[in-house]
Design a protein around this ligand. Structure first.
Ligand SMILES: Cc1cc2nc3c(=O)[nH]c(=O)nc-3n(C[C@H](O)[C@H](O)[C@H](O)COP(=O)(O)OP(=O)(O)OC[C@H]3O[C@@H](n4cnc5c(N)ncnc54)[C@H](O)[C@@H]3O)c2cc1C
Length: 289
């Protein structure tokens, strides 16, 4: 199917892009990598009057660790930039583990991290990592910038808390107090597929003690599942068989899987519990699964 007719603009600055969105009064859409928006246009699930392509705005493709250790990912950072970043592989294990599991190499070359978070697909990988990492999104609109905590950003399936005249300009991941550990595991029917079930785990460790933790799930609910309350099983503790089992049980209890052609609800919940255990064991002193 062909998309419905739309006007196309390619502004050179964020301010110009915001003006276009503002003038669109809700009928204009940002185009980043186009890997979700273009299929939606073709299927006529989206039919905006105007597309505001942000790809020609310079200075949005940075991956930056600030002096305080916080990580900043600009709106035009593609999935593959994260996959290939040496700094990410050394300093941010949850993102490093997820990056090669997003879609396929062609999609990863175009699709953006921030666009994926904005798209808020319940099966999307990046919204889950952002929730586990206690991240936030910096957005800019006609009245300036504001920061939205990730837990408040995803409102539901394909729904975020941006106003129609705002652009997400960067994702921010706070610095760990100790050392960032963690991981990401995804069950997919075949390579390149969306998640049947996936688990993001973020750990902030001092030696073998957990200072903070984060958990989030994709594919096992009507939206990205925030399972951060399960961190209570680990904070101030060491990763032992008992604490790992407790955390995995708590996370699995927060999943909201449905039985479908990818598997039964029980199976998916079991996968979640198993994946949490695997990631935590891999980050503990005892390397047994
Ligand atoms: C074959 C295929 C397989 C895929 N598999 C996976 C997968 O396994 N895991 C996964 O997570 N994703 C998957 N995706 C989706 C892919 O990762 C997309 O790249 C991503 O979801 C959207 O990023 P984008 O930059 O392409 O955004 P776009 O498609 O350009 O935009 C998506 C939505 O976000 C909005 N948006 C984008 N950027 C901004 C911004 N800066 N500010 C405000 N709004 C914005 C757009 O208006 C639109 O509504 C797949 C896509 C395809 C085509």
């Amino acid at each position: 199917m062909y998309p419905s007719r739309f006007k196309y603009e390619s502004p050179k600055t964020i301010v110009e892009a915001i003006k276009l969105l503002d003038a669109g009064k809700g009928d204009a859409k940002v185009l980043a990598g186009g890997q979700s928006l273009v299929p939606m246009l073709k299927l006529r699930f989206a039919f905006p009057d105007q597309i505001v392509d942000i790809n020609n705005i310079p200075g949005l493709d940075y991956i930056r660790f600030d002096a305080d250790g916080s990580l900043h990912i600009g709106a035009l950072v593609r999935h593959e930039h994260l996959e290939k970043s040496v700094e990410i592989s050394m300093r941010q294990p949850t993102i490093a583990a997820a990056a090669p599991l997003v879609a396929d190499p062609i999609v990863r070359a175009r699709g953006t991290f921030v666009g994926s978070v904005c798209h808020a697909d319940p099966q999307g990988d990046w919204a889950a990592t952002m929730i586990a990492l206690h991240g936030s999104i910096v957005v800019q609109g006609p009245k300036g910038k504001r920061t939205i905590a990730m837990k408040d950003f995803v409102l539901g399936p394909y729904a975020n808390s941006l106003n129609y005249n705002e652009i997400a300009i960067e994702a921010v991941i706070p610095a760990p107090k100790g050392v960032a550990r963690g991981g990401y595991l995804k069950l997919e029917r075949r390579v390149g597929d969306f998640a049947t079930a996936s688990v993001a785990v973020a750990l902030d460790m001092s030696g073998d003690t957990v200072l903070n933790a984060g958990f989030a799930l994709a594919g096992v609910g009507g939206k990205t599942i925030d399972a951060n309350e399960a961190a209570s099983a680990l904070i101030g503790q060491k990763l032992t068989e008992a604490t790992i089992a407790k955390a995995a049980q708590l996370v699995a209890a927060l999943a909201e899987p449905r039985t479908d052609h990818r598997g039964s609800a029980e199976y998916k919940r079991h996968i979640v519990e198993t994946f949490v255990k695997r990631i935590l064991v891999a980050n503990s002193a005892q390397k047994v699964a």
